[in-house]
Design a protein. Structure first.
Length: 177
C-alpha cells in the first residue's frame, strides 16, 4: 500500500512519459539527487552536532560540523557528475519462450570520464551494476520474466548511482525500452 503510494508520487514528480528516441543523454534537468537511508542518518547526526555546538558554544564542534557538511556537499556534486552526460541506447533482446527470462540489453556510454558504480534497474527489482570507461560502451542486461507469448516490453528503467560515499543517490527515471 505504502509502496504503491510512493510509486504514484514518484511517477507524478518525475513525469513518466512514453518511450524516448535513442540515444537518451542525461542532462542537468533529468538528474535528481535524493538522500539515501545513510544520508538521512548523516544529516541527523550533523543536526545533532550543530545543536550540541550551539548549546555548549564549541568552536571545534562548529568546525567539525561544517567540515562534515561541506564533505556531504562535495559528495553530492561528485554523485551528480558521475551520471551527467551519460548516453543510453537500447540493445537487442533475443527471442525466448513463454515463462523464460528475457534479457533486455542497454548500452551505456561515457563521452569524457570514467564512471563508477552505475546501476540500472526496473521497478521493484534488483539493480545491475557496471563501471563505464571513457569511449567504450558498457553493456548491461536487465532480466524480465515472461508470462505469456508475444511482445514483452521492458518497461520503465531507472539509472542511478550512489558513488562516492553512498550518502545521496542520484537518479534519472527513464522509459528507454
Amino acid at each position: 500500500m505504502l509502496a504503491d503510494l510512493r510509486q504514484h508520487v514518484s511517477d507524478w514528480i518525475f513525469r513518466v512519459a512514453s518511450p524516448e528516441v535513442a540515444p537518451v543523454t542525461l542532462v542537468q534537468r533529468r538528474i535528481f539527487i535524493l538522500p539515501t537511508r545513510q544520508g538521512y542518518g548523516y544529516a541527523f547526526t550533523l543536526l545533532l552536532l550543530l545543536l550540541a555546538s550551539i548549546n555548549y558554544n564549541l568552536s571545534l564542534g562548529f568546525l567539525l560540523t561544517f567540515l562534515l557538511g561541506s564533505m556531504a556537499g562535495v559528495a553530492m556534486l561528485h554523485t551528480w557528475r558521475n551520471l551527467a552526460h551519460l548516453r543510453l541506447r537500447p540493445g537487442r533482446c533475443d527471442p525466448v519462450f513463454a515463462e523464460e527470462a528475457a534479457a533486455f540489453g542497454v548500452s551505456v556510454e561515457s563521452p569524457s570520464l570514467t564512471r563508477f558504480s552505475i546501476a540500472l534497474r526496473r521497478r521493484g527489482e534488483d539493480p545491475v551494476y557496471a563501471d563505464v570507461g571513457t569511449g567504450e560502451p558498457a553493456a548491461m542486461a536487465i532480466s524480465v520474466q515472461t508470462r505469456r507469448r508475444g511482445i514483452v516490453r521492458c518497461g520503465r528503467l531507472e539509472i542511478f548511482t550512489r558513488y562516492p560515499l553512498g550518502l545521496s543517490g542520484c537518479r534519472e527515471p527513464n522509459t528507454l525500452c
